[in-house]
Design a protein around this ligand. Structure first.
Ligand SMILES: [Zn+2]
Length: 297
């Protein structure tokens, strides 16, 4: 499953191609992905201009000139490919390599940009856990996928006081509470592990231990809020710079691996200066948690 920074790098890669472009036509090559495509999917998009390409949690939100909205989710294995003339580019950088097999090209957006260029944006998804749905501006916030989402982990809204309030009454382990999309939207397994390591907090500690009197923040919550925003921002920044390299090099990029402190590093020494701990892997709520039992308390 792509994590939020990966989705954001995809958004940033698609943005200069899609924003301001007209959708001339849409080729929908199968009736469904994870869900059936909406009735008249291609016809409802054709002829409209893309006014903005946004993101909420791991959903790409395509805003059209008539108030229509296309919600895209990349699922496990989805990717977008930009084809301009003979050139191809797959924006975004992923922990796992993306398919370029044309058999898995399920949707093709034929675009016309204001400068006359006619790029195609191709959605490829071998496992077909991705999906595309339609809504409109006035219904977006109440859409079933969007309405229950918690705070974005990227913005200033997520601070210590909010985290103390969100976590304060929860008895579940801190890691599980962080992964709850109703609390924080789009903070996936990798970055939950990384943020907890950075904040020196154990994933096993009860979420309620971040509690503070109403309107205030516990020191732990302040540390964790800063850590969450930092690990996400750094991953997005790294993705942005890799994106530029990618266009030239056309190589597979695994940079996320190199920036992890604990994720996927079971048995390796804790990278924190002065800590002689060894990274352990445990399973929480069916997901692997990586952490250092020495410095994360
Ligand atoms: Zn450590």
């Amino acid at each position: 499953m792509p994590e939020l920074p990966e989705v954001e790098t995809v958004r940033r890669g698609l943005q200069p191609v899609m924003e301001g472009a007209r959708i001339l036509s849409v080729e929908q090559r199968r009736p469904d992905l994870r869900f059936p495509f909406p009735e008249g999917f291609a016809d409802r998009l054709a002829g409209h201009d893309v006014v903005a390409l946004g993101r909420r949690a791991k959903y790409l939100i395509v805003h059209l000139d008539d108030g229509g909205i296309l919600i895209c989710h990349m699922g496990m294995s989805g990717s977008f490919r930009i084809e301009t003339g003979g050139e191809q580019q797959t924006p975004g950088v992923f922990h796992y390599e993306r398919s370029k097999d044309a058999r898995h090209d399920h949707v093709v957006f034929h675009l016309r940009r204001r400068d006359g260029a006619r790029p195609r944006v191709v959605f490829n998804d071998p496992r077909r856990f991705g999906f595309m749905l339609l809504t409109d501006t006035k219904s977006l916030e109440t859409h079933p996928l969007i309405a229950g989402l918690g705070v974005e982990p990227t913005g200033n809204e997520l601070d210590g006081a909010l985290l103390s309030r969100l976590m304060g009454h929860r008895r579940s382990p801190l890691k599980a509470a962080l992964m709850d999309q109703r609390v924080i939207a789009g903070l996936g397994n990798i970055y939950a592990c990384e943020a907890l390591w950075r904040a020196e907090l154990s994933p096993l500690r009860g979420a309620h231990t971040l509690a503070a009197p109403p309107g205030t923040a516990s020191p732990r919550a302040v540390r964790l809020a800063e850590a969450i925003r930092a690990v996400i921002a750094e991953a997005i920044a790294a993705g942005g710079s890799s994106l530029r390299d990618y266009v030239q090099a056309d190589g597979s990029l695994g940079y996320f691996q190199h920036t992890f402190s604990v994720y996927d590093r079971e048995g390796m020494p804790c990278p924190r200066a002065g800590c002689d701990g060894v990274i352990e892997r445990i399973v929480q709520s069916g997901r692997s948690t990586f952490y250092c039992p020495v410095c994360q308390r």
